[in-house]
Design a protein around this ligand. Structure first.
Ligand code: ADP
Length: 264
């Protein structure tokens, strides 16, 4: 069961002064906003041509929330995710992660923000082929302040029996789960996933989504998953649809499906 809200339903919140917005957001959601974005605009200059990737996004994402960003290719999903993750900055507008103003931050502050708070998972796993699963995860834990042990992170994604395997000895889904373990081993408060099942078959994709769901549920990690697959939306707390650089819909799922119940 789900209930559909038009984007206009969120408009009074997003146009209110920040302090009022913070208060009402806390009351409405019963929890704190992790991210607040206002008027996010991104224009890429390609020679003579300007590509407008985001056209004024107003958005709040809440602590511990599982959000699916849904939309066709080219609708601005990756651009938005990269801005939330401090990999890119908007052309105009503002975005805040708690007290961090990501718009005003310089390169070194953004690097620190990413290192301390954000785990990324991409469509392609980017594992180092000459290192085992455990060593790939250890690359991150060695430079983190209070990480999990690599084997602990790998157990969390169901790979406790694959610690000493090299990437070439793992299936695509297992490699993606190593990448998820690597992203969460530093205990980030935010997990940003860009098409994490895009390269996987359905059955493998479900196992990967189960790993992401478990992290969101067990660690309370605020999780954003990009997909163009509408079925994955059923496992989210909230589905934000993008179309041509704008939010075209926001849907709250009153009941969430577990990944093995998804059909696509
Ligand atoms: P999605 O993730 O929904 O597929 P993107 O955010 O990747 O969409 O892209 C939105 C628009 O911005 C597209 O038209 C894309 O071609 C353009 N775009 C994205 N990244 C760049 C870039 N680095 N340089 C130029 N144009 C870009």
């Amino acid at each position: 069961m789900s209930e559909v809200e038009s984007p206009a339903a969120t408009a009074p919140l997003s146009t209110a002064p920040l302090s009022t917005y913070e208060t009402s957001a806390a009351v409405i959601a019963g929890r704190e906003a992790a991210f607040e974005a206002r008027g996010l605009t991104k224009i890429y200059h390609m020679g003579e041509v300007d590509v407008q990737a985001l056209r004024g996004i107003d958005l709040a994402l809440y602590e511990g929330e599982f959000v699916v960003l849904l939309g066709p290719s080219g609708s601005g999903k990756s651009t938005l995710l990269n801005i939330l993750g401090g990999l890119d900055i908007p052309t105009a507008g503002s975005v805040r992660y708690h007290h961090h103003d990501l718009t005003a931050a310089g390169e070194s502050a953004l690097t620190r923000y990413r290192r301390e708070h954000v785990g990324f998972v991409f469509q392609f796993y980017n594992l180092i082929p000459s290192l085992t699963a455990e060593e790939n995860v250890a690359l991150v834990t060695e430079i983190s302040t209070s990480p999990m042990r690599p084997d602990e992170a790998l157990r969390l994604v169901g790979l406790g029996e694959r610690l000493h395997h090299f990437p070439a000895q793992l299936s695509g889904g297992e490699q993606q789960r190593v990448a998820i373990a690597r992203a969460v081993a530093k205990r980030p408060s935010v997990l940003l996933c860009d098409e994490p099942t895009g390269a996987l078959d359905v059955r493998t994709g479900i196992v990967v989504l189960e790993a992401i769901e478990r992290i969101n549920r067990d660690l309370g990690t605020t999780t954003v998953v990009i997909t163009h697959n509408a079925s994955i939306a059923d496992m989210a707390d909230r589905v934000i649809s993008l179309s041509d650089g704008r939010i075209s819909g926001v849907k709250h799922n009153t009941t969430k499906k577990s990944p093995h119940e998804l059909e696509w």
